[in-house]
Design a protein around this ligand. Structure first.
Ligand code: SF4
Length: 903
């Protein structure tokens, strides 16, 4: 092994430090960095599996142009960059700066973000640059700016360990931010740790560790927190001195809260929770000074997301719980560099370095620092309105970087139509085939994790280096370099003389300190901001390469700042925080007779975004393999669908198909669908196509958590699955999902038509054409069961199992056959019999991805060994003993086993 490279995980906003080592065989080993303050050596299973996602299969490795007929043509960088710059120049000259736009990503490094933002706002002169971070945390940004005067997360992860009470609002932390969750659970298990309250319509894995779960109706958070504000005031649980000295607007906020949420019984009724539970929460909040309220997409992704954020912050301002150890509101972001993007102004309504587009003084400061020919003078188009503008022809050139809006935007089919109608679509990406890249006129190969060089900022304001430890593959280039080269071709060379990320970071750091302090008597005022990296502006290239993780603002001697606002001084001009009056508002679209259910969307534990990376890892595919529709059994009965079968979910905006399951954690009247699956991994599972495009009026964040839908049966003649060593043509079955295994690809399939001849169909689909190979086949026409295996020189090449019912064999044992060089007689017999060769051979769906421990194995051990705690399971089977992401599910299995035993 070469020496370990300290870098940062590219997935969620926890921002874990990673040590990556490249072995002599090129394999990449990954461990948690014990010296990194965000994770202290821990990684969740996604981070731990990073090494499995780095192969070059499917990578975009060369610039590519789409010819008028649709064919793709590989070209050199010169031609590709000329095509991009020429297209932008033509549209700029003919239609002006607002006819072009950029849609970028929280996956970009801060340096990439900085350069593209500078190009758009300072040189092209448009603020039409928005990011997929708009979809996950722009309500938190807007709430911070309203309350604090600046987009600042006041606390740090240590506060979660020091708190007496943690309120998790709209956050399935156990699955979405597992390392932070493990930190709080560990503190809890050590005795003096926090009580945990989960506010979530669903009973998620996070609730397994909660002391109290409030399953509020979606969209009622503002009433809940207004009720809390009123309760705290009425019970004297306030810090009057703090309110008097450091805030404004308390009376108006309290009046709004009292007007509609002064009566806890009414709040409980409106929120759909038990009054006793509501009062328990309110009393705990009143009693525990050290309270952290951690919130995420469940709060943000709403047509009243910004008000939800402010209603929560109001309660912290009233109690003075901010800026001190163990307390504060805490926005945890979904993406690895959502925070870094915000620092450099990567949203359509921001300028760089936490300055505002709508303030002339701020614009002057940024323009003078950039010495740029112009500066955007008004906010640009936010994500949803940006794609509307593309569809309407107002935006004619769109450059998409590192994101997949055809999957992730609401009303995603509209995004498809927009891209299809757009004059020039440029996509910078690491993957060649994505749902979005299908619409690109120019494809530009970007560097991926392990190749890129720069910085990211985590949810606790910690700047960490992403360091390269792999060579750039093919012709791939850094995003900042691609943007620089286009900027130079557009005639803006003077402002883009960067040789590397170090140059860019230094310029960014200087800008954060530029006119950030008292006026200097030179005619231009200062704009004080907490974001100040001035102490890093003199870093040499070597210092930058060696930069240790540090939380901004950075002090003159280079130290970070874990907490802000300890002195009660906020970023508004008068130094006071603002209470915001937040009248409750129902979600934009109510369920009705035609669409009577409420769709909620979110993540699963082991996948990330649109699966372009995590979809490659067999380990991560083992936990939840297929798109699913979680619904209450009563609703399933009502809508004529059954667990395990397929159903169509339909809204006014679109439809999709998924497998029905009863996870047990969802209220009647609600359904949940994960966000990850797309046309590369399933025939019809883009949930974004269903989501209503309503946005929060302040932040522009879409309402992903509340879309009225209906559920219909998706009748099929037969279900099945196939394993193959090579890709199979997905046009054949009517429904399919692709799952990558260690030595195979697995397809879960279903077909709507009767198959006259299963054998012929299966042979053709599997490509089993070798006459000298073995074709093992079994068919029972009376029950509609068919199975076959294609064996070449004693090695299994493919197999298929079909049934008219959902009684298909387990999959796990079949995967093992593809790891073997040859099949023996018992393997062949098992294939024909459709069952594993002995008891215990089927371990069941994977629960612990780190050690590959399946549900069946776990249930048997719990039952037979009388295991009662996750720690006992770990001692027996190792499960749960590494990253800990599966511990909540282990708890759930123990509970279920005890319930069964007691029944
Ligand atoms: S919690 Fe997991 S996904 Fe998030 S940064 Fe850490 S290792 Fe990566």
């Amino acid at each position: 092994m070469n020496g370990a490279h300290a870098t940062t995980c590219p997935y969620c906003g926890v921002g874990c430090g990673v040590l990556a080592s490249v072995g002599a065989d090129g394999a990449v080993g990954v461990t948690g960095d014990p010296g990194h303050g965000s994770n202290l050596g821990r990684l969740c299973v996604k981070g731990a599996a990073l090494g499995e996602t780095l192969d070059l299969q499917g990578r975009l490795l060369q610039p590519t142009l789409r010819e008028p007929g649709g064919a793709l043509r590989r070209v050199g960088w010169g031609e590709a960059l000329d095509r991009v710059a020429g297209g932008f120049r033509r549209i700029l000259d003919n239609h002006g700066p607002d006819a072009v736009a950029f849609y970028v990503s929280g996956q970009l490094l801060t340096e990439d973000y900085y350069v593209v933002n500078k190009l758009a706002k300072g040189y092209i002169g448009t603020a039409n640059i928005d990011t997929n971070s708009r979809l996950c945390m722009s309500s938190a940004v807007a709430g911070h700016k309203r309350a604090f005067g600046e987009d600042v997360v006041p606390g740090c992860y240590e506060d979660l360990e020091q708190a007496e009470l943690i309120v998790l609002a709209g956050s399935n932390t156990a699955w979405c931010h597992p390392v932070v969750f493990q930190r709080m659970v560990k503190a809890k298990e050590q005795g003096a740790g926090p009580r945990i309250v989960v506010i979530d319509p669903r009973f998620t894995a996070t609730c397994e560790s909660a002391d109290l779960h409030l399953p509020i109706r979606p969209g009622t958070d503002v009433w809940l927190f207004n009720g809390l504000l009123s309760f705290l005031f009425r019970h004297g649980a306030i810090d009057a001195a703090f309110v008097d000295a450091h805030t404004q607007g308390f009376e108006q906020a309290l009046a709004a809260a009292e007007a509609e949420a002064g009566d806890p019984a009414e709040v409980a009724r409106r929120c759909g929770v038990q009054l006793a539970d509501l009062l328990t929460f309110y009393r705990w909040f009143a009693r525990h000074g050290k309270t952290v309220s951690l919130f995420s997409q469940g709060v943000n992704q709403s047509s009243s997301g910004t008000d939800k954020v402010n209603s929560l912050i109001n309660c912290h301002l009233l109690t003075g719980r901010i800026g001190k150890p163990g307390m504060g509101p805490f926005s945890i972001t979904g993406q690895p560099n959502a925070m870094g993007g915000r620092e450099v102004g990567g949203l359509a309504n921001m300028l760089a370095a936490h300055m505002d587009l709508h303030e002339a003084v701020h614009r002057d400061i940024v323009q003078s620092f950039w010495d740029s020919p112009r500066i955007a003078s008004r906010p640009g188009l936010k994500a949803v309105e940006l794609f509307d503008a593309v569809l309407e022809g107002r935006v004619k050139a769109l450059w998409i970087m590192g994101t997949n809006p055809v999957v992730s935007l609401p009303d995603a089919d509209r995004a498809k139509r927009a891209l299809a109608a757009c004059e020039l679509v440029v996509c910078s990406d690491i993957v060649e085939a994505t749902d979005t890249n299908a619409f690109a006129h120019v494809l530009l190969p970007a560097l991926g994790w392990g190749e890129k060089n720069g910085t990211v900022t985590s949810s606790e304001r910690r700047i960490s280096r992403q360091r390269p430890f792999l060579p750039a593959p093919g012709e791939a280039r850094a995003d900042w370099r691609i943007v620089r080269d286009v900027a130079q071709r557009l005639g803006f060379g003077r402002g883009f003389q960067y040789d590397g990320p170090h140059d860019i970071f230094i310029e960014h750091a200087r800008l954060t300190a530029f006119r950030n302090h008292a006026p200097r008597g030179d005619g231009l005022p200062a704009v004080p901001r907490q974001l100040d990296l001035g102490a890093l502006a003199a870093l040499s290239r070597q210092d930058y390469d060696a930069l240790a993780p540090v939380q901004w603002p950075v002090t003159a001697d280079g130290r970070g700042t874990p907490r802000l606002f300890a002195d009660g001084r906020f970023a508004h001009g008068d130094g006071r925080a603002r209470f915001v009056a937040t009248p409750g508002r129902a979600p934009a679209h109510a369920p009705d007779a035609e669409y009577p259910l409420v769709l909620n969307t979110g993540r699963v534990r082991d996948q990330w975004h649109t699966m372009t990376r995590t979809g490659k890892s067999p380990r991560l595919a083992g936990h939840i393999s297929e798109p699913y529709l979680d619904m209450h059994p009563h609703d399933a009965l009502r809508f004529g669908v059954r667990e395990g079968e397929l159903a169509r979910v339909r809204s006014r905006w679109g439809a999709m198909v998924a497998r029905v399951r009863h996870g047990g954690g969802i209220l009647a009247g609600h359904v949940f669908v994960p966000i990850h699956w797309n046309d590369q991994y399933a025939s019809d599972a883009r949930v974004g196509g269903l989501v209503n495009p309503v946005v929060d009026p302040v932040s522009g964040e879409p309402e992903f958590k509340h879309t009225p839908v209906r559920v219909e049966p998706f009748p099929v003649r037969w279900y099945g699955f196939a394993f193959g060593r090579h890709p199979l043509p997905t046009a054949r079955p009517h429904h399919w999902t692709l799952i990558r295994g260690e030595h195979f690809l697995r397809y879960e399939i279903a077909h709507r038509d009767r198959l006259a001849d299963c054998g012929t169909w299966a042979r053709a689909w599997l490509g089993a054409g070798d006459p000298d190979a073995d074709w093992l086949e079994y068919e029972d026409r009376s029950t509609g069961v068919y199975r076959a295996a294609y064996v070449v020189e004693d090695r299994i090449e493919a197999c298929i199992f079909l049934s008219a019912r959902q009684d298909l064999p387990a999959r796990q044992w079949l995967a093992g056959l593809f790891a073997q060089d040859r099949l023996d007689e018992s393997d062949r017999a098992s294939l024909l019999a459709g069952e594993p060769p002995g008891a215990g051979a089927d371990t069941g769906p994977i629960v612990c991805s780190c050690f590959g421990v399946g549900r069946n194995t776990l249930c048997a051990a719990i039952r037979e060994q009388g295991l009662e705690t996750p720690a006992q399971i770990t001692a027996s089977l190792r499960a749960g003993g590494n990253c800990g992401s599966c511990v909540p599910e282990l708890r759930q299995l123990i509970t279920e086993a005890h319930a069964e035993a007691g029944a």
